[in-house]
Write a protein that binds this ligand. Structure first.
Ligand code: PGA
Length: 228
């Protein structure tokens, strides 16, 4: 199982070092941390397995504010998230740019967690499968590609998908693309077990609860216990 902590725009280098000093991942699970760009090198030096939160589709060029796959690899980063719903909602990320980022990162030797998921109104209108189909249609299978199913209405809201909703969505994703599928959206130590024990749930993408070393370690320990 893979458990990834998406720190979003939290923790500069000093807080990253403090986290690393307090966090010991349990055996039997792959624990990954996704800090902001300025904290990536420090996280690697502190011995964490590190993914970036985004990556550009060119190796270099006039792309203000972006970072490339070779630059990430140079500092020891081994993967990247692409297409997080916050990128799609606030920064104009589209299915097309997600596809370009994912394809280039994979080609450059990074692992990729590509995020998909429906808005609340899309679920209410019965469009969940249509949205997932559209978001996944631009991605090609690759051994280093992982999908994160993150219903947008469950991110940072405390509202989690029910284990049944997660299982159903994961099965649908897997019917379209052969890849491990992480669940994301308000995963916490208290609900990790019921979500991670469902068939087709291959790990978690954790936001808020990954900022605290004890709560992130607790979610990782649950994942390790379920898998063993
Ligand atoms: P959350 O975030 O766990 O705080 O809901 C998940 C995510 O955005 O990946």
């Amino acid at each position: 199982m893979l458990v990834a902590g998406n720190w979003k725009m939290y923790k500069g280098p000093a807080e990253t070092r403090a986290f690393a000093a307090a966090f010991s991942p349990p055996e039997g699970v792959e624990a990954v941390i996704c800090p902001p760009f300025v904290s990536l090198a420090g996280a690697v030096e502190a011995g964490l397995t590190v993914f970036a939160q985004n990556v550009h589709w060119e190796d270099e060029g006039a792309f203000t504010g972006e970072v490339s796959a070779p630059m990430l690899r140079e500092v020891g980063v081994v993967g990247a998230i692409v297409g997080h719903s916050e990128r799609r909602q606030y920064f104009g990320e589209t299915d097309e740019t997600v596809a370009r980022r994912a394809a280039h990162a994979l080609e450059a030797g990074l692992r990729v967690i590509a995020c998909v998921g429906e808005l609340e109104e899309e679920r209410d209108r019965g469009e969940t499968e249509e949205v997932l189909r559209r978001q996944l249609s631009v991605l090609d299978p690759h051994p280093a590609l992982v999908i994160a199913y993150e219903p947008v209405w469950a991110i940072g809201t405390g509202k989690t998908a029910t284990p049944e909703q997660a299982e159903e969505a994961h099965a649908f994703v897997k019917s379209l693309l052969d890849a491990p599928v992480l669940y994301g959206g308000s995963v916490k130590p208290e609900n990790a077990e019921e979500l991670l024990s469902r068939p087709g749930v291959d790990g978690a993408l954790v936001g808020g609860a990954s900022l605290d070393p004890d709560s992130f370690a607790s979610i990782c320990a649950t994942a390790a216990r379920i898998r063993s």
